[in-house]
Design a protein around this ligand. Structure first.
Ligand SMILES: [Fe+2]
Length: 421
């Protein structure tokens, strides 16, 4: 390997800001929680909130202090608590330190990590600090955990304070975008925030297709419910029928039918189902059934990325749907500012994750990154890819080439769909 490129002063400042920004989200998500709520496992699929708060700090200690700089462990017992590959979820709550202890540990680690950032030339493993890799990875890792923590608070019925009031809009006609066929470069090789599964960038041939200008709305989903979509087996795959029966799905997760109409649980508390918002918290099975009912289908990953990133014959792709400047984000509903969906717009980023037709699979030439367990264990043919980020997602993770993946029955995250044909 060639000599590592050490981050310059401007980049070090940006990395320190990214780490602090991620930490503000983590703190906000444990704010106002009692010890019991923080330790409780609210859902079998998720660890307790305080596990996440400790785990992100422990990962910083492991990657920066121990691996990159060769420090001894601060407390070797923590490895058995915070290692997601060796500690099993149901037992995590019992062994967790208190919130106060977790905060103190996270502060000690963070102080040393920021010191390390100022002396990357002294790293024992220069690969890990090349272009500031481990610092950038840790900021994005913490942002991903923040999104999971927000989802857990939602499952727990523990709203966040200080969120803006709900937004509404007049329902609109669904427009379509006609995309001409041609060759398209899928993925990205050199995005500094990119993960291993976005590489290698490679050409694919796409036939001409149409993709909806906006995601499916709650209003359209209500029509699907009223038309008996949940009980019409012709719309569902066999696996979808089995899933629907097992969880007795009759509406999206967090919806309930009250005397005065449908309401949904949000991070801002209970709100009426607004027909102008995109549908959220549906599984891949529900999304596929809806698409069939609507006489359409889910887009492929390549179609989604082609429509979101553009590529004018041989031209460049956009890093975000709005361009290459992350500050252009102000229009998209990202970053937990609203704490809820907002009326459907034509944004490809934010509001709800969008299910695609494809199973999560490696691109040709895939090699695992430093964090080997990030992608490869999930290339199992069962997980499906989602694109675009939701209102809880940080903008750095809503890039046009970013790939998320869940099992097809997952509904905990705000995921909806966009139709294609
Ligand atoms: Fe993690």
């Amino acid at each position: 390997m060639s000599a590592p490129l050490l981050p310059g002063a401007g980049e070090r400042r940006a990395l320190a800001d990214a780490l602090e920004d991620a930490r503000r989200s983590t703190r906000r998500l444990i704010e106002g929680l009692g010890e019991d709520d923080a330790r409780r496992q609210w859902d079998l699929a998720f660890s307790p909130l305080s596990w996440h708060a400790g785990h992100v700090a422990w990962q910083e200690e492991v990657w920066v202090l121990r691996r990159a700089f060769g420090h001894a462990p601060i407390d070797p017992r923590l490895d058995g608590v915070y290692d997601s590959f060796s500690s099993d979820k149901p037992s995590r709550g019992r062994r967790l330190p208190s919130l106060g202890e977790i905060r103190a540990y996270a502060d000690v680690v963070r102080t040393r990590v920021l010191e390390a950032l100022d002396r990357t030339g002294a790293a024992r493993e220069p690969d890990l600090v090349d272009r500031g890799w481990c610092f950038r990875f840790l900021a994005n890792h913490e942002r991903q955990h923040a999104e999971t923590m927000a989802v857990i608070r939602l499952l727990a019925g523990r709203p966040l304070e200080g969120l803006p009031p709900a937004m509404s809009a007049a329902p609109r006609e669904r427009g379509w975008i006609d995309v001409p066929g041609g060759r398209f470069v899928l993925g990205a090789d050199d995005d500094p925030d990119g993960w291993d599964n976005e590489r290698r960038a490679h050409e694919v041939e796409l036939p001409r297709f149409r993709i909806a200008a906006a995601p499916v709305t709650n209003g359209e989903w209500l029509a699907f419910i009223d038309a008996g979509g949940y009980s019409d087996d012709r719309l569902w795959s066999r696996a979808g029928i089995a899933w629907r029966r097992a969880v007795r799905a009759m509406a999206p997760l967090h919806w309930s039918r009250e005397r005065r109409g449908w309401t949904r649980r949000t991070l801002a508390g209970s709100r009426p189902v607004d027909p102008s918002h995109p549908v959220a918290h549906v599984s891949w099975f529900e999304a596929a059934a809806f698409a069939r009912w609507a006489g359409a289908r889910l887009p492929t990953e390549a179609e989604w990325e082609r429509a979101a990133a553009g590529n004018d014959a041989g031209g460049r792709k956009r890093r975000w749907p709005w361009g290459d400047d992350p500050a252009g984000v102000s229009a998209a509903n990202l970053g937990m500012r609203a704490g809820d969906t907002t009326p459907c717009s034509t944004d490809f980023a934010g509001n709800v994750w969008e299910w695609t037709a494809d199973a999560f699979a490696p691109y040709p030439g895939f090699t695992p990154g430093h964090y080997r367990g990030y992608s490869a264990p999930w290339f199992d043919g069962r997980h499906r890819v989602l694109r675009g980020g939701c209102h809880l997602t940080h903008a750095a993770l809503a890039r046009t080439t970013f790939r998320n993946w869940f099992e097809p029955g997952t509904r905990a995250f705000p995921a909806g769909l966009r139709l294609a044909s």
